[in-house]
Design a protein around this ligand. Structure first.
Ligand code: G4P
Length: 526
């Protein structure tokens, strides 16, 4: 591809994640989008928990048993002249490290909120990560077919709890049993809701005074009049529509609708695709930026996942392409090891075709079959000058367990399993300073369960895990360390790189330590 073609291709890519608190409707809305893209033909094929057909991304047994999606996966399809990459993020509150990293690989996010519940804890956490990255966030207030909270309240809460400005793109006309439709401010029309499920919604155009054209029933509808009043209020006192603020994530366009009955989802998606950004430049550790249409190919590994087929021991490294063009069989450099690698064994995530995609450009995600070459955060690139993208954020673990092999004769598989799972970033490993015990750290309990399950299934190693509970991890400068500082309230351990840190029992133990050793510098992250 020449630069012109590359620019054109790049401009069609939309790469995003859907974030939400569990049960807000992320799976249901994802499924509707896949329907629009022609990936699935009927609703329920992706999810269908009741029928026992599990979501495409729920490949691991543990996920199936618990009915949750533990690992993120990627869905790619074409829609409306764009190539869409949806990066699935697990909504379970226990398992967030993977989610955080996935959010580093997207250009925008869709936040799904249950309109009966408003902002829930996980929504807030995930929102903050997106905000930190300064990416556009679009809000879908879901479940309008049910009685929910007052829309004005929901907008107020969104603004005050998340600290973001909101611009309602549409406004509900009634709700639940009395839902009549949505007032679409953006397209200046009303989309009428039919309570008969399989009927398409009807569009009514509005005149300059927001009165329906050729729709006397609607004009006389009390709920419509009330909505009109709300619109007047929003026009007068609400935030103005501001594309620049959307682009920086300071203003979130809000859409009301119902994923389950597919109402307002298409209107939302069409508007979303108009304002969602194409892939942008990526910063390097050195402080330079790599433009998406640069000649040279580059990308970074944001996730490593064990092969979905347990008979194959290899793993898949998920790479977000940042620039240039990926071609199957190409040679790339791996920054960390300075090794040259041939990318011949590649999987793509194009959901609506069986054809192998041979090329990928900025914004696309490719899956590389990996036999142990890659680590999370790795940069790969072509050309002479080295490229290293900014480091992915590390999350300080809060929960810890002591781990050992159940069968002492099987030390080899135990160590191999731990090594690989730690490299994948599935879990953090520490060793105790004095006894050399293995201690695992995680952000959520579920990470341990996944670890235990995978050790047994993939490495045939049963493990004992003894919970150490919540701890506060603080690194200490090795020069200031005196082993006598360790007590029953602070466990002294080493991280993988050999750096010492204390695991404090609680805030009190941490304060006590600081009082006792006022000159010692402790840091929360390394
Ligand atoms: P999640 O991925 O965010 O966890 O949510 P998911 O889509 O699984 O939706 C959670 C529940 O909410 C599901 O019901 C789903 O059918 C329902 N739901 C999603 N969107 C809407 C909507 O627009 N309106 C209404 N009324 N319900 C919605 P469930 O009974 O828990 O699951 P299932 O047994 O139906 O699969």
């Amino acid at each position: 591809m020449n630069t012109q073609q590359l620019k054109k291709e790049d401009s069609t890519r939309r790469t995003f994640a859907i974030i939400s608190h569990p049960d807000a409707g992320k799976t249901t809305i994802t499924e509707q989008l896949l329907l629009f893209g022609g990936v699935v033909r009927t609703a329920g094929t992706v999810k269908g928990r009741k029928t026992g057909n599990f979501a495409k991304s729920d490949w691991m047994e543990i996920e199936q048993k618990r009915g949750i999606s533990v690992t993120s996966s990627v869905m790619q399809f074409d829609y409306g002249g764009k190539r869409i990459n949806i990066l699935d993020t697990p909504g379970h509150e226990d398992f967030s490290e993977d989610t955080y990293r996935t959010l580093m690989a997207v250009d925008s996010a869709v936040m799904v909120i249950d309109s009966a519940k408003g902002i829930e804890p996980q929504t807030k956490k995930l929102f903050q990560i997106c905000k930190m990255r300064g990416i556009p966030i679009f809000t879908f207030m879901n479940k309008l077919d049910r009685d929910g909270r007052d829309p004005m309240d929901l907008i107020d809460e969104l603004e005050s709890v998340l600290g973001v400005q909101a611009y309602p793109m549409n406004w509900p006309i009634g709700m639940g049993k009395t839902l009549d439709g949505i007032f679409d401010r953006y397209n200046h029309q009303v989309e009428l809701y039919s309570h008969e499920h399989d009927q398409d919604s009807t569009i009514v155009k509005l005149d300059d005074d927001n009165n329906p054209i050729d729709a006397p029933d609607l004009a006389e509808n009390d709920q419509f009049q009330a909505t009109k009043d709300s619109i007047d209020l929003l026009d007068m006192a609400g935030n103005p529509f501001d594309e620049a603020k959307i682009a920086t994530g300071d203003l979130t366009p809000v859409f009301f609708g119902s994923a389950l009955v597919n109402f307002g989802v298409k209107t939302f998606f069409d508007a979303y695709l108009k304002y969602a950004p194409a892939p942008s430049a990526h910063k390097t550790e050195e402080g330079n930026v790599v433009e998406p249409d640069a000649d040279r190919f580059s990308g970074f590994v944001f996730k490593i996942q064990a092969n979905m087929n347990p008979n194959h021991r290899d793993r898949i490294a998920f790479v977000r392409v940042c620039s240039g063009e990926f071609e199957k069989g190409m040679d790339v450099n791996l920054f960390r090891t300075k090794k040259k690698l041939r990318l011949s064994n590649v999987t793509e995530f194009m959901a609506n075709t069986r054809e192998n995609v041979k090329t990928a450009v900025a914004g696309d995600i490719i899956g590389l079959y990996d036999t142990g070459n890659f680590q999370i955060g790795d940069t790969i690139y072509t050309g002479k000058a080295p490229v290293e993208f900014e480091k992915l954020p590390q999350f300080t673990p809060e929960l810890f367990v002591r781990v050992s092999a159940k069968n002492v004769m099987k030390q080899k598989s135990f160590h191999k399993g731990i090594d690989q799972l730690v490299q994948e970033g599935a879990i953090q490993l520490y060793t105790s300073y004095t006894t050399n015990d293995y201690i695992l750290g995680a952000v959520g309990q579920l990470q341990f369960e996944v670890f235990q399950f995978r050790m047994q299934n993939e490495y045939n190693s049963e493990v004992n895990m003894e919970s150490l509970g919540h701890k506060i991890a603080r690194w200490i400068d090795p020069d200031q360390l005196d082993e006598k500082m360790s007590s029953s309230r602070n466990l002294l351990v080493k991280d993988r790189a050999g750096n010492p840190l204390f695991l404090f029992e609680n805030e009190f133990a941490l304060r006590w330590f600081k009082d006792k050793y006022p000159d010692v510098q402790l840091t929360a992250k390394l």
